[in-house]
Design a protein around this ligand. Structure first.
Ligand code: AKG
Ligand code: FE2
Length: 235
């Protein structure tokens, strides 16, 4: 997996992130790996997860998700830290462009130490499960002061086969402009890398801040399962 990450064209991924705040990594996980991860949702036993959220109870939408507990399942820990390392250069560039002094360390273990020292100690990787009629309202995954500015979602189900509808969407808000929607088509095993809450856009007079939120349109048929990888931990 690390090889396939390293062999990707990070120059064009970074260019897409800079242009749109989102980039797709096709085939990040093989179909068998997707099935094995999706099977954890019902099969892993409750000790694998720290909490289950019924989205409708919180007004988050409709559907359910489960946050993994530490220690994460073997392959997930390495996937999360490898993706982090690949994304640090963009995170640090964005931070500088937005005039922030914050810089992110090379290694995810070091970044997690920073989160944990600040009281953000709970694991944030999660599995999401949507059935017919379910959806995920536009939101930002902020869990405390420490925010790594990029996150990843992997589609574990096959659109058009396992489910219909259920598009991953981003809405971008620029200062004094109307909002812009971005629909991100994903196949099974594809990952979307996207901005958690804000990103810089180069304007005529330097960079300005654009706000992003993401969500999922209504699932019209079937079951849709995703893996969410957030790089900061939760308070
Ligand atoms: O199910 C999805 O595609 C989006 C999940 C989500 O909100 C996330 O991974 O943060
Ligand atoms: Fe999210």
């Amino acid at each position: 997996m690390t090889m396939t990450l390293l062999s990707r064209d990070w120059r064009s991924i970074e260019a897409e992130l800079d242009a749109d705040g989102v980039s797709v990594l096709p085939g990040l996980l093989a179909p068998g790996r997707c099935d094995a991860l999706a099977a954890l949702y019902d099969g892993a036993g409750e000790s694998a997860f720290r909490s289950t959220v019924v989205m409708a109870r919180h007004g988050f939408g409709s559907g359910e998700y489960k946050y993994f507990a530490y220690p994460l399942p073997e392959g997930l820990e390495s996937l999360r830290s490898a993706l982090y390392t690949s994304l640090v250069p963009t995170a640090n560039r964005w931070s500088a462009a937005l005039g922030s002094a914050q810089r992110f360390p090379e290694s995810h273990a070091d970044y997690l130490q920073r989160c944990h020292a600040a009281g953000q100690t709970r694991a944030t990787p999660l599995l999401l499960r949507y059935g017919p009629g379910d959806y995920n309202c536009l939101h930002q995954d902020l869990y405390g002061d420490h925010v790594f500015p990029l996150q990843v979602v992997v589609l574990l189900s096959a659109p058009g086969c396992d489910f219909d509808g259920g598009e991953f969407v981003l809405v971008e808000q620029r200062p004094r402009r109307q909002s812009r929607a971005i629909v991100v088509p994903l196949a099974k095993g594809d990952a979307a890398v996207f901005a958690v809450s804000q990103r810089p856009v180069q304007g005529a007079r330097g960079a300005y801040r654009v706000i992003l939120r993401h969500g999922v349109s209504r699932i019209r048929r079937g079951t849709r399962t995703t893996l969410g990888l957030i790089f900061h931990d939760a308070a």
